[in-house]
Design a protein. Sequence first.
Lengths: 342, 200
Amino acid sequence: MAERDTSRDIDQAASDWTARLDRGPLTPEGEEALQAWLDGDPRSRGALLRARALSMFSESAQALGPDFDPADFEEPPPPRWAGLSRRQALAWGGGAAAAASLVALGVGLPAAAGTLISTDRGEIRLAPLKDGSTVLLNTETRIRVKYSAGERRVTLLKGEAYFSVARDETRPFVVEVDGRRLSTVQAGFRVRKLDADPVDVLVNQGEVDLAAPRRATVETMALTANTRLTLSAPGVGRPAVAERPQPIAPEAVTRELAWREGKLAFEGETLKQAADAFARYSDTRIQVPDPDLAREPVTGLFAANDPAGFGRAVARVFDARLEQKGDEVILTRDRTRASGSH
Amino acid sequence: MSDADRQRTRWFLRNILPHEPALRGWLSRSAPPGVDPGDVIQEAYTILAELESVDGIIHPRAYLFQVARSVIVRHVRRARIVPIHTVDDLERLEHPDDAASPEQHTIDRDELRRLAHAIAAMPHKTREAFVLRRVKGLSQREIAARMRISENTVETHISRGVSFLIDWFGRSGNRRSQTSRNTEPEIAALDGRARHQSRH
């Protein structure tokens, strides 16, 4: 078995065993199977304890008297989807004969909200998905995963993620970002959505199709490997820029994706831009009050978790002075003519 | 169920289960990303199930949180989380919501009402079978005869009823999470490599 059971699966099995034990004594084979299940996962025994405790608890309904009619306790009908999705939730893992009718109820329902995965500042995490695809989340990123029979959908809510998509011709992998859809059968690509910037897509391997925005007249756009695309932001006061994929050198792709190794790569970015990049990864802030120094170009590969180390390296190169105060690293150029130049 | 089993189950029902919503709430807020509260709760219960004796546990709620914390630490150690900064996330776990518990340990009227509501909300056939078994005390065989269904189907209904209660009581006050679990199986365990690792 390749997949690890979810806690939900375990609860389902625990409920099944509780019902079986409730039916009567187990056969020797049954005993053996139960033992195997209990030993198979560190969660089983606890789940069974809970299931049996709740079963025991349900006996106290006898206190409601022999005339207890559950219909008296029915809540006013909930919104339609809530009631049905509960049944659907119960039905999915059952595999039991009687589940068929319940599964039928689930057909055509709006799917549930999906599962959120996120990282804090300074974290990178790899989230393996059920189909063999993976998502690598960069710092301060949040995604929602929602797989259905028709598509494998991941919504990038914020931050930056690298998607390694396993091939599945029948079920496209769709990344939704700001209401736009990027879909692929198999690819490796990065999507970035930071507060201040327009969404940025970078395709490393394979091909990714960008669906046209609603009401647009243009066709779907295919993005191939080593292509980068900035989505036009529909934001207020920002002129819509034509979306055109830009070819990008393989070295540049590697540099853009250096974060996957916990590194930051710069090649000619200004010191200010580099300092801002570090700010995404830690609480330490690199301050460059001198505008000339802030415009100096930076090149190199640095550890994302070590802004102070970056500061020291930069100070040496630009002959600057480094001062560290708590969470602040301040870079200043040591010159006495400071205000005299204008 | 052996007497010892029954006693442990009853102890668990009275002293631990009432704290599950609080524990789940704390875990959802405090557990590192990728550590599933559902997994932690089940593993913590396993530890409680395997204790030689629970007589020494004076503060079950605090004990439960402490056990859950130890489970998280284990999960974090085997998860493939790459922290690139030095802040110890585990610090956040140091202070569980340990306020004195206001929960009742005996089954009171409110709890009975909640149970009645839970049963009422079950799908009809499941509800019928479940009430006949747990409330009216018929055996599964008798229920099969009365409902004109097979014993296996009765067993399935009982199982589904228990599942329903796990849902209802474990996630009380947090109905939204019930829907989100529809998609939970889509996510392979985030501590993927730890699959089928046994506990030592």
